[in-house]
Design a protein. Structure first.
Length: 159
């Protein structure tokens, strides 16, 4: 099983059709030979707030209806219970995020996402598991993840 860390810019693509959505959905829907999901999807719990905010923004901009926002948010929250691995924010993650803001040009929550992914990647390595793949549609965050040694991909680079 491959582990993927999704920041909110990639996570939203699971619920709102846009460039890269089909590729992101293919990761979510992939099934292994054993019939179980082929990939573990993880993100920091702050992603819940960010996805809610993105959906609300789409509603305010009249790109989706109130009913659609509610439906998408309900689907997202169901997936949080059954499909995703949500990562809590520990002091170590927050301190690492703060240090990342000095070494990169990342915004605060982007630094938190990168710190959470780096921490999860270290946990996977310590357990002898394959490294995770960091998924983001944010070019600066993508570059920062690569610079920090993570395997990374950008859904916007896929049809």
């Amino acid at each position: 099983m491959t582990s993927h860390y999704f920041d909110s810019s990639a996570l939203v693509k699971l619920y709102v059709p846009e460039k890269g959505s089909k590729w992101v959905l293919s990761i979510l829907r992939a099934v292994g030979a054993d019939g179980y999901p082929a990939h573990q999807l993880a993100f920091a719990k702050i992603g819940i707030v960010e996805v809610a905010s993105a959906l609300a923004r789409l509603e305010r901009q009249n790109e989706i209806t109130v009913e659609k926002r509610r439906s998408l948010y309900a689907s997202f929250m169901r997936d949080n219970q059954s499909r995703f691995r949500l990562l809590g924010l520990t002091d170590d993650i927050l301190h690492l995020a703060a240090r990342l803001t000095y070494r990169t040009v990342l915004r605060s929550y982007d630094a938190v996402h990168l710190a959470a992914a780096l921490t999860l990647n270290q946990q996977l390595a310590s357990a002898g598991l394959p490294p995770l793949i960091f998924i983001t549609a944010d070019d600066q965050l993508y570059e920062a993840a690569i610079h920090q040694g993570l395997a990374a991909d950008n859904p916007n680079h896929h049809p």
